[in-house]
Design a protein around this ligand. Structure first.
Ligand code: UDP
Ligand code: MG
Length: 349
């Protein structure tokens, strides 16, 4: 159980793109839900992601009537993942952060259930869709995407999970250290680790307006998920090369067979061309795969992710053990060694 003696603060990170028709109703519903927890201090961080409608004016209106509202206005449309990142970057003081959509697809009352799971010790509570109210096309493409992701990604990324989730402040601090440009936040959160738990819910339909994710953006998003968490596509080049080179051996056997059994069918030069074609294109792919392997390493290095995240640093009094080495940047956990995270999960704040 988390320590609830001190008042805890919970920040909502709320990306907004063309939601003028939804904002007021959304905020009302959110306030209604948060009223169930008068023991917590809430903060609402709205991030306007270059909306073309009156969303900004609506948000500034909320800001005037409620001092707990923060409005960030991005200079243009940077996309949902960047909007959430901007919100997380200013939410680092909160004890827990909840990310949710502002089109009323993510029910506010579910976020209150997340808080209970957090207080019981979960560091991440992700909302998993029990049902999807999407078109058959979106359902089948999503299925194919998760199937690929399961097979290729280096970390297990849960299925049917969007960005609706609660994160403990330690997780928010760690996620903030991932500064890659092509962002796939749910992959980053999975990569960070800590205690992650699922909460099943039924996703509602969008209240008003249209989805800000056209097919083009969905494809790019899926590619970010796979390319950001796997170099398997690069290694596939080599594998294909070996298969095609293997064909050249089969081809050679076939040619030999024709020569021996039906010598009258063998056209001069045919064997050389046939075998050579498979052998050479196979070799080329293998060598491209070699380049791909180096490229993959450069890519991973260029992402410059933290090497690991600490959940506990209970340092001894031994004078020789003053710092923990092996990382590229200092861990945020190191500065907080006075906070103890034992198996009892007692948190001193
Ligand atoms: N959104 C955003 N920037 C964008 C597209 C969407 O901030 O470029 C916000 C949008 O306002 C909503 C959330 O991200 O709060 C999810 O977007 P949407 O409902 O369009 O996606 P879907 O639910 O269809 O996946
Ligand atoms: Mg939506």
């Amino acid at each position: 159980m988390r320590d609830t003696r001190a008042r805890q603060t919970v920040a909502y990170v709320l990306p907004v793109y063309d939601e003028a028709e939804n904002i007021h109703l959304f905020h009302e519903r959110l306030l209604e839900a948060t009223r169930a927890r008068p023991d917590l201090d809430f903060e609402f961080i709205y991030v306007n992601d270059g909306s073309r409608d009156d969303s900004l004016a609506a948000l500034l209106g909320l800001r005037r009537s409620d001092t707990r509202v923060t409005v960030l206005d991005l200079s243009r449309n940077f996309g949902h993942q960047m909007a959430v990142t901007a919100g997380l970057d200013v939410a680092t003081e909160a004890d827990a952060v909840i990310v949710m959509d502002t089109d009323l697809q993510d029910p506010p009352r579910v976020s209150i259930e997340m808080l209970t799971m957090w207080e019981d010790g979960a560091d991440v509570v992700y909302a998993q869709r029990r049902t999807r109210r999407d078109t058959a096309f979106k359902r089948s493409t999503a299925w194919a995407f998760y199937w690929m992701l399961d097979r290729l990604a280096d970390v297990e990324i849960p299925r049917n999970v969007g960005d609706f989730r609660l994160m403990d402040r330690r997780v928010v601090a760690e996620v903030g250290r991932y500064r890659e440009h092509d962002r796939f936040l749910r992959g980053i959160v999975a990569h960070v680790g800590f205690r992650q738990e699922a909460l099943l819910f039924d996703r509602d339909e969008r209240h008003a307006g249209t989805s800000g994710y056209p097919l083009r953006a969905m494809v790019r998003f899926a590619a970010n998920g796979i390319l950001g968490f796997s170099t398997a596509p690069l290694r596939m080049i080599s594998r294909l090369g070996f298969v095609i080179s293997g064909f050249s051996i089969l081809m050679a056997l076939y040619v030999l067979g024709v020569r021996l059994i039906h010598p009258e069918d063998a056209v001069p030069g045919w064997a050389f061309l046939g075998v050579g074609m498979f052998l050479l294109s196979g070799l080329q792919l293998i060598m491209m795969g070699v380049i791909g392997s180096y490229l993959g390493r450069i890519y991973v290095q260029a992402q410059d992710r933290p090497l690991y995240s600490l959940a506990l640093a209970a340092r001894g009094a031994h004078p020789g053990v003053t710092s923990l080495s092996g990382r590229s940047r200092p861990s945020s956990a190191e500065a907080e060694t006075s906070r103890h995270y034992g198996s009892s999960r007692r948190v001193e704040r």
